[in-house]
Design a protein around this ligand. Structure first.
Ligand code: NDP
Length: 338
């Protein structure tokens, strides 16, 4: 069924130098693509904004072309795929209202199982990142002490809760008292530090983890990471997930300047990329989906409305103004229960 109407596209207008300004994001209207055999037409409803896109703006995104990422949307035209019109799907798509994509590149979602937006957050790539970082990279054990930076974000909020449900003692840091309170009261963190107001991060961590930190789930890098390393136990592990404090910097970040502690502490630090762990997606979704449905694992979404809200929503990720998984809703979600 041909679809007509507006097809808004967001493209990379120029590469950013520092915090991406409005001039980095171009908006234009393009034709709704015609689908070829084997393709479906997807109408975007939720667009995921993720920190790695900041790197892509100076790397894999091409100036003049649509930017792209995780999208949840509905089938506007299923072609000969057997997917019915209106079915919910998740896929990696250009930032535009309507996209043609191979039918085998979309994942069918069940709106009765969980809110469809969670396929981009707690039950999607960020949640899987938390799962693999803790289980496959750090190898957490019950009773261990785990530190999570950016503890209330899309990845960190899931990491803290998985570690808690695994029987670990969990502490972390976030950028406001409100975020710290939510982490303690709702997510079940044993202790939280406001990294923006703490005068001495290493001392604050020592106070919350007097027996030291066994596992660092590292999302931030820089001074936060340095303070955690200062508190790590012998045979500790650092799951190096992200270094968001560095993504926007013009110059090099100072530190961590205490990496020598990894040597005599026999501490293992391993970077990882979630896409290397596709085989974990099924057990992750089964377990974390069950915890979410049982009310044992909580999540929060920070949803901006409309394509034009995308630039500011993206900046909120890098400044810490977001509170939860950052999404942009670009068309109606009739499945959302109020
Ligand atoms: P979040 O939802 O956690 O949002 C980013 C948060 O980072 C902000 O809210 C802010 O929280 C914090 N932050 C930003 N700048 C700084 C800073 N200078 N110092 C300290 N904290 C800062 O994002 P995600 O959960 O999506 O991503 C978290 C990390 O995980 C990122 O580093 C990302 O690159 C990484 N990642 C890695 C993947 C992998 O495969 N390795 C996959 C997915 C994500 P606050 O207010 O608390 O300071």
């Amino acid at each position: 069924m041909p679809v007509s109407g507006a097809n808004t596209q967001v493209f990379l207008a120029r590469r950013p130098d520092h915090m991406p300004g409005d001039d980095v994001f171009g908006f234009r209207q393009i034709a709704v693509p015609a689908i070829r055999p084997g393709e479906v037409l997807v109408e975007a409803v939720y667009v995921s904004l993720d920190p790695y896109m900041r790197g892509a703006m100076n790397g894999s995104f091409v100036v003049g072309e649509a930017m792209s990422g995780g999208v949840v949307g509905r089938i506007a035209d299923g072609g000969n795929s057997g997917l019915r019109q209106g079915a919910w799907v998740q896929a990696s798509l250009p930032w535009q209202s309507f996209s043609a994509v191979a039918a085998d590149q979309v994942r069918l979602l069940d709106a009765d199982d969980a809110p469809v937006s969670t396929a981009l957050g707690v039950l999607g790539m960020p949640g899987l990142t938390a799962w693999t970082g803790l289980h496959n990279v750090a190898g957490i054990e019950p009773g261990e002490s785990v530190f999570v930076s950016a503890a209330t974000g899309a990845v960190g909020s899931v990491a803290g809760q998985i570690a808690r449900l695994h029987g670990c003692r969990v502490i972390g840091c976030a950028g406001s008292d409100e975020k710290c309170a939510w982490a303690r009261d709702v997510l079940g963190y044993d202790g939280m530090i406001n990294h923006r107001s703490a005068s001495d991060l290493a001392t604050a961590i020592a106070a919350l983890a007097p027996d030291g930190v066994d596992v660092d789930f590292e999302n931030v890098g820089g001074p936060v990471m340095q303070a955690v390393i200062a508190n790590m136990n012998t045979h500790g592990r650092i799951a190096l997930c992200g270094m968001i404090s560095q993504y926007n910097r013009l110059g090099a970040e100072a530190g961590p300047n205490n990496l020598f502690r990894l040597i005599y502490g026999r501490i293992r630090m391993q970077g990882f990329i979630v896409s290397d762990y596709a085989e974990e997606a099924e057990p992750f979704r089964r377990q974390v989906g069950a915890w979410v449905r049982a009310g044992k694992l909580h999540y929060r979404e920070d949803i901006a409305e409309g394509w034009t809200a995308l630039p500011q929503a993206f900046r909120s990720l890098l400044s810490g103004d977001n509170f939860g998984k950052v999404l942009v809703q670009v068309s109606d979600d009739p499945s959302r229960r109020t």
